[in-house]
Design a protein around this ligand. Structure first.
Ligand code: DX5
Ligand code: ZN
Length: 216
């Protein structure tokens, strides 16, 4: 249904040289970069802010896939949209007006995504699937790169594929966390079409081989 996309996660790049990380992605011939935003509350870590996105936007035409791991994303979607995000994903778990926030993301001219943690059932995102361009199934507990892929999430990817078909919806299905040479074939077989990879991309000696696995 969707051509597969491989989206490197900037979190695993050198934070002192983010523009070089972006250049590496561009040189490799990719179109997307995944940008993780953490608030130290929803996840026990901090990463980048809107100013980082704004500065990178000046150096790159890549599609900015911005993943907000925030307790109160409704307060920040406008900043990230104005900074240059192309797609903004928000999590379903915190207590805030999810549907309104998804509507605002689109109103700001961005594509929208709904993300959910490994322990959150697919039923939690189901009510929002007709409002999004992408459903993001976290394949690790969010907060840190370099964790082991949770195979049990593949069942939820298959559920998303089933719901997409049953409801005739166009959203992409993205997986994020522990995506590497071993797990890419599992993700593709389950039906994921958008694969985020941090550690495996930035550490790869031959990143094109990895991308070939994901998009071939
Ligand atoms: C985790 C982030 C991921 C992370 C993936 O909270 O959402 O995007 O960068 O990193 P790897 O690919 O190293 O598991
Ligand atoms: Zn992410």
């Amino acid at each position: 249904m969707h051509a597969p996309i491989f989206a490197p996660s900037l979190l695993a790049g050198n934070h002192a040289k983010l523009s070089e990380a972006i250049e590496k992605i561009q040189r490799t011939g990719l179109d997307w970069v995944h940008i993780d935003i953490m608030d130290g509350h929803f996840v026990p870590n901090l990463s980048f802010g809107p100013e980082t996105v704004r500065a990178l936007r000046k150096t790159s035409d890549l599609f900015f896939d911005v993943h907000l791991m925030l307790d109160n994303p409704q307060e920040y979607v406008q900043s990230f949209a104005e900074a240059g995000a192309d797609l903004i994903s928000i999590h379903v778990e915190p207590d805030y007006p999810v549907a309104d926030t998804l509507k605002r993301i689109r109103g700001l001219g961005c594509k929208s995504g709904i993300a959910f943690n490994p322990s959150t059932p697919t039923s939690a995102v189901e009510p929002f699937l007709d409002q999004v361009d992408l459903a993001l199934a976290m394949t690790v507990q969010p907060g840190f790169g370099g964790q082991a892929f949770k195979t049990e999430v593949l069942g939820k990817v298959r559920e998303l594929v089933g719901l997409r078909k049953a409801c005739g919806l166009p959203f992409r299905i993205e997986v994020d966390g522990g995506v590497d040479r071993k797990t890419i074939p599992l993700c593709r077989a389950a039906g994921a079409d958008t694969l985020v990879a941090g550690t495996s991309f930035f550490r790869a000696t031959h990143p094109r081989d990895l991308i070939g696995l994901a998009t071939g």
